[in-house]
Structure formats: C-alpha cells, structure tokens
Design a protein around this ligand. Structure first.
Ligand code: UDP
Ligand code: MG
Length: 350
C-alpha cells in the first residue's frame, strides 16, 4: 500500500444536491472521523446545474479528506459511480447516496463485517422501505423479482447501491468492458464472498428524487438486457406457441368447411391480425434493445468524461497517470496550484 493511499474511499454521486449537501457533510464527517482510519470522501458531481460542485469545494477547504471530481455533463447515477470506482484510491470503497436515505453510521457495521467474516463485499440491504412511496416499493419489488428470474446473478434483493467493496472487487469492476453497467447486478455477478448488513431506509433528507420514471425504466432495461438473454428467447417461445395455435385453427377451419359450415365473421380475423402484429413488434423491440447495446459498445464512447478532480488540481499529477487515464477514455484535468475553489471557478470561466 502506498503511504498516501487511504484505507477507505467513500464515493458519493451527486446530481443537483445543494439542498442536502450541508446536512450530508455534517452527518458524514463525524462518522468517518470516529472510525479512526485513513479515508477520503470522493464527491462525484454528475454535471449538476446547481451549486453542488462549488459548495463541495468550499467544504473541502477545511476538510482535507474531501475530494471533488466533476463530470463534464450529467451521465447518470451508474456512470458517476463508475467514475468514482476508477478514481478512488482506498483499500476499501463504499458507495452511498447523498440524500441520507442510506445511514452513514452503517459504514462502521460494514467494516466490522469485513473484519469478522473475511468477505470482499458487504451489501447494505433495505430491511424496511416504509419511507419509500407505495409506487417506489411496488416497482422495486417487481424489479428484484424479475431480476431474480431473468438473471443468474445472485445478489441479495433490495440491496441498492449502498455497499462496501474491497480493492480486489473494485479492480475487477474496473476491468468490465460494458458501458451501461448496472453495478447492483454487476458486483454480485463477479462472485466475491459477501455479507449483508440490514438497514432502515430513511426519508430523503432534502431536495427531490433524481430518479424519474424514465430513468427507473432505463435502469431496468439496462439491468435485464445486460444480464440476461432470456428476453431474446421470448420471440422463439411466442413463435412456437403461435404456430401451435395457428395449426389448431387451420384444422378447425378445414373441418368446418368439410362439414359445410364456413367460418363466419371478420372479428376473429381482426383479433388475430392485431395480436400477431403486437407480438411481432414486441419481439422486434426486444431485439432492438440488444442491437442498441451492441451498437453503443461498438462505438466505444466512454460513459462519462471527467472535467475536474480537486486532487489533481492541488497536487502534481505524474504524466504517466495522465496518459493512463486518457487511455481509459477519461480526460485528465491535470491542473496545478491555487485553491481548489478558485481553480474550479477559473476553469469554468474559460
Ligand atoms: N444521482 C446522480 N446522477 C443522476 C441521478 C442521481 O449522481 O443522474 C445521484 C443522486 O444525487 C443521489 C443518488 O444518485 O445521490 C441517488 O439518487 P436519488 O436519491 O434521487 O434516487 P432515489 O433514492 O430516489 O431512487
Ligand atoms: Mg434517494
């Protein structure tokens, strides 16, 4: 372990979280200070339009362990976490939401679980979701149920993105080639030994949810298409089923004709045509999802670009590291000197 490498990195993706930010820092800091280990808090500002970055950098002026990485534009919760995974230096890494729905105090329990059970991953499992809306609870239930059926990954249900991972796990995730990786499925899929810590999901402390219905749907589609090819087989299954029904129907028509009672009415015909049309479009759409994934993968565009990293701004960053990063597809914002806030503002003005 290098001497400047902290034991723990806490990665916090933030998108327009200026309202909750002061509360989050105020609650997080004593928890981490009391752990008695070296740590860094890595705020990944996911292209916020509000003052999240500036407020974080101001807080970093008297909290040396706070580091701010800003993405060029809003790239989504999963991409922001991936950026944190790449940049974090800790031997252990915890990802946590900024809105205090995940209690920072549980991090101590995560670390206890690592010490006592010799595991690489500790999942925070939501034991009580009564603070979530009824819709969120039902949709989450459905998500985990479908995920369990469709994908072969065996992570605990209702484990979101509040978890602790060892360096080995983080390095493994960093080698994954896919762009739209859904970490809550990708991490269990790796198969590291794991433990679970139950926690009560609290209400969002301030601000509004950044997960719209559209984003939840995208996350679900990415999850299922990323970890299962079963939906592709749906077309085959429906095709086989349809062929059997069509054969029976043909038989019925022929027999009727022989008996001398031709089938009357067009309603049945219309129903069949419409049904077949819908089934075909559905299957085509499913195929499209996979083709789109392959297309995005082939384009090879990074899921995010880093615009600024307060650590690189305040310290000298070796040319090697910068080159390595640009190979990864990140743009290393290697700038030097000056306080981080000023540095950041100057960069913004340019
Ligand atoms: N988030 C992000 N980028 C986005 C959307 C969300 O970094 O595009 C962050 C957000 O700031 C928060 C976390 O992801 O820290 C979880 O989002 P949120 O609490 O809004 O989701 P919910 O708990 O309602 O599912
Ligand atoms: Mg939340």
């Amino acid at each position: 372990m290098r001497s400047d490498q902290p034991l723990l990195s806490v990665v916090v993706p933030m998108y327009d979280e200026e309202e909750v930010l002061p509360m989050f820092f105020a609650r997080m800091r004593p928890v981490l200070d009391d752990l008695g280990i070296s740590y860094e808090v890595l705020v990944v500002d996911d292209g916020s339009r509000d003052n999240t970055a500036t407020l974080s950098l101001e807080a970093a002026e008297d909290w040396a362990q706070l580091r701010v990485v800003r993405l060029l534009r809003n790239s989504g919760h999963q991409a922001a976490q991936s950026a944190g995974f790449r940049r974090a230096r800790g031997e252990y890494l915890v990802t946590i939401d900024a809105d205090l729905q995940d209690p920072p105090e549980a991090i101590a329990e995560f670390l206890d679980a690592v010490r006592e059970q010799d595991v690489d991953v500790v999942y925070g499992v939501r034991s009580d979701r009564s603070s979530d809306s009824r819709f969120k609870r039902h949709s989450a239930d459905l998500f985990y149920r479908v995920a369990r059926r469709l994908t072969s990954t065996r992570g605990p249900d209702h484990a979101g993105d509040f978890r602790l991972m060892s360096r080995a796990t983080v390095d493994a995730v960093n080698t994954l080639p896919e762009h739209n990786r859904v970490l809550r499925l990708a991490v269990p899929a790796l198969g590291f030994r794991s433990a679970q810590v139950p926690y009560v999901r609290e209400h969002r402390a301030a601000g509004r949810t950044k997960y719209s219905l559209g984003r939840m749907l995208t996350l679900s589609i990415d999850s299922f298409t990323g970890f299962s090819t079963a939906p592709l087989r749906l077309a085959t299954a429906l095709g086989v089923g349809g062929a059997v029904v069509a054969a029976l129907f043909a038989l019925y028509v022929v027999v009727n004709r022989l008996v001398g009672q031709p089938v009357a009415g067009w309603a049945s015909t219309v129903v069949i045509v419409v049904t077949m049309g819908a089934v075909q479009l559905l299957c085509l759409g499913l195929l499209g999802e996979y083709v789109a994934r392959m297309y995005l993968q082939m384009q090879g565009r990074p899921a995010y670009f880093v615009a600024y990293d307060s650590r690189e701004a305040s310290e000298e960053v070796s040319e090697e590291a910068a080159v390595e990063r640009s190979v990864e597809g990140e743009r290393a914002g290697a700038t030097r000197g000056g306080g981080p806030v000023r540095e950041y503002r100057e960069r913004r003005l340019r």
